[in-house]
Design a protein around this ligand. Structure first.
Ligand code: 2AM
Ligand code: CA
Length: 267
């Protein structure tokens, strides 16, 4: 993608994200409608929908040739990565949004012909914007994030994962996950995949492992982590697929192979 075009898109997206964030903060204590999706704990609210609609309208008005993939269905039916695609999660961490009124993010990844060009992860309540630009680096509120080159080993690493991975599972060998929990320095579970990616990019968490993410959960994060020299793969080590759900391991490269070879055993 041409740099001038990318800069224009960046400026528009950043402006719309700050506007959407303000709208979300204004509504957070309202009596918005809460519905469930795939199961009783899979929540969606009016605010998720109206926020995605807000982005879809802005993008269609300004960039009519671009495609939109969105969690809440206001996007297009996209079955190829050709052209420019905005992959949007209006609220990543809806359960946190509803229950905690914090710890959720707007996540937008912008891809051109399958290449990640710009990633945005906006922690709405903390007013912290993480950005990643292909070949230019990753930033937290405009401050460049360091490359993940400092020596880390598993014994001194913090691993983000959901505690359900340590329970009996049909997806992953839970005994090995239990061993990982014992062997690493500590685990964290933030409930927003986008923020977990941002924390890996920031180097305050060394890896994030999860068994099911949709493209809108990781599209932005993948770009950020790439830009600091980290790596994102499926939990079996294969490349991720941006058009479907994936298991995900995003990590500092120094512990990637140890995690894949010793601790992650998919069933
Ligand atoms: P969400 O809040 O946008 O639904 C919680 O551990 C993380 O997993 C959140 O980022 C959440 O995104 C995501 N998530 C929850 N249910 C999911 C599902 N059925 N498929 C993919 N991702 C999911
Ligand atoms: Ca969401």
């Amino acid at each position: 993608m041409n740099k001038t075009i990318r800069q224009n898109i960046y400026n528009d997206a950043e402006k719309w994200i700050y506007q959407a964030g303000k709208l979300i903060r204004e509504q957070i204590h309202d009596n918005y409608q809460i519905d469930t999706k795939s199961n009783a704990n899979d929540l969606v609210t009016e605010v998720d929908r109206s926020t995605e609609q807000f982005f879809a309208e802005k993008i269609r008005e300004t960039y009519p040739s671009h495609h939109i993939v969105g969690e809440e269905g206001y996007g297009d039916k996209v079955d190829s990565l050709d052209g420019t695609i905005w992959i949007i999660d209006p609220i990543d961490g809806t359960m946190n949004f509803v229950h905690q009124k914090r710890n959720f993010a707007i996540s937008i990844g912008i891809y051109h012909d399958g290449i990640g060009e710009i990633g945005f992860i906006y922690n709405v309540m903390d007013d912290v914007l993480y950005t990643g630009i292909k070949g230019e680096g990753a930033f937290r509120n405009g401050q460049r994030l360091a490359q993940l080159t400092e020596q880390v080993n598993l014994e001194t690493s913090i691993i983000a994962l959901n505690s359900s991975l340590a329970c009996e599972s049909k997806r992953i060998n839970e005994k090995k996950v239990q061993q990982l929990i014992k062997d690493c320095r500590g685990t964290r579970s933030y409930g927003s995949a986008a923020l977990e990616f941002a924390y890996v990019a920031e180097g305050i968490v060394d890896a994030y492992l999860t068994m099911r993410l949709a493209p809108w959960d990781f599209a932005a994060g993948l770009i950020l982590v790439n830009e600091v020299g980290g790596v994102t793969v499926q939990a079996n080590g294969q490349p991720v697929n941006l058009l479907e759900k994936n298991t995900i391991l995003t990590t500092n490269k120094q512990i990637q192979h140890q995690l894949l070879d010793t601790y992650i055993d998919l069933k």
